[in-house]
Design a protein. Structure first.
Ligand code: NAD
Length: 303
């Protein structure tokens, strides 16, 4: 068994922690000794309204169990206020779990600008604002852990969720670059694509399965990714129902053409099977590795 994972003297912000997955994360962090900022605007699943009681209730639960937590009721779109609240309450910020989220599901041809914008603002801009405000403190102290909440709807697509899928995979793009920029200051950045029975998925998942997909089954991965023991960065993990696994890019070896001799759309058509053939596929881990086959093709036809 690994050493105990503890967060004494560490301060953790969990956004959207008034219910669902965020609440489960906040409760588990507190059990591991963290000082927790329980943020939640307390609106509806569609992002309407606000209510302080959601965050307050979770703080009460944590305190009753002997843990340490404060409530924050700002929207993540005002992330600097949430980070300031952590600093004012506990003097530092070590971990940001970007979890707050809403849905505005509509097929693309019915999508209105307001649905597109609000989903972008809460998920992407909100996660940006909180993380951006925490970043200088993490750099200065040479320690930080950031977790973004992506979704299989972003990874694989989901009917009626073009706005949500855009936002969720955007967060993984952010994860990849922040992981590169954070590494030298020991700031590790990962993303999860969770599945849990919450108000967001109620009615979408069959009731028996919904019951089994308890939000707290996602939280141990989040707590591990936020710990000193974790050295993973830039990762994307699907998690839910007691199962978790890592996702990576896979790219076919592809087809190369002579850039000087030229080639046309028909040549592409003729090689389509090869272009899409995943035998011996590559798994580029970074931009340099991704460019390897392209560079090899240039070299092959050089001179
Ligand atoms: P949830 O609705 O129970 O929780 C989301 C919380 O975010 C709510 O408490 C809500 O009040 C809060 N919130 C919304 N807008 C906010 C804002 N502007 N500022 C602060 N708080 C705000 O849903 P959940 O299923 O627990 O979702 C948590 C995260 O997991 C979301 O990012 C969601 O997109 C993601 N997710 C969930 C599932 C799933 O299966 N439940 C699947 C994929 C991704």
């Amino acid at each position: 068994m690994s050493d105990a994972i503890r967060f004494e003297d560490k301060v953790v912000i969990v956004t959207g922690a008034g219910g669902g997955l965020g609440r489960a994360h906040a409760l588990l962090f507190a059990r591991h000794g963290a000082k927790v900022v329980v943020n939640d605007l307390g609106g509806s699943a569609q992002g309407e309204g606000a209510n302080a009681s959601a965050a307050d209730r979770v703080v009460e639960e944590i305190r009753q169990a002997g843990g340490t937590a404060v409530a924050n009721h700002d929207s993540v779109t005002e992330g600097d206020k949430i980070v300031q609240h952590a600093l004012d309450s506990f003097g530092r910020i070590d971990v940001v779990v970007n979890n707050a989220g809403i849905l505005r599901d509509k097929t693309f041809h019915k999508m209105e600008d307001a649905d597109w914008d609000l989903v972008y603002r809460v998920h992407v801009e909100g996660a940006y604002k909180v993380t951006r405000a925490a970043w200088p403190h993490m750099r200065e102290q040479g320690y930080g852990r950031v977790i973004f909440t992506a979704s299989t709807s972003g990874i694989y697509g989901n009917f009626g969720q073009s706005n949500y899928g855009m936002a969720k995979l955007g967060l993984y793009g952010l994860t990849r670059t922040l992981a590169l920029e954070g590494r030298k200051n020991n700031i590790l950045v990962n993303a999860i694509a969770p599945t849990g029975g919450t108000r967001m998925t109620e009615g979408l998942i069959p009731p028996q399965v919904f019951e089994q997909l308890k939000p707290e089954l996602v939280s141990p991965l989040v707590v591990f990714l936020a710990s000193e023991q974790c050295q993973e960065t830039s990762g994307l993990f699907e998690v839910g129902g007691g199962w978790m696994g890592k996702v990576r890019w896979e790219r076919s070896l592809g087809a190369g053409f002579d850039p000087k001799a030229g080639f046309d759309a028909e040549d592409v058509a003729d090689h389509w099977q090869q272009i899409c053939n995943f035998d011996n596929a590559a798994h580029p881990a970074d931009n340099m590795e991704a460019l390897k086959e392209m560079m090899a093709n240039l070299q092959k036809y050089a001179g």
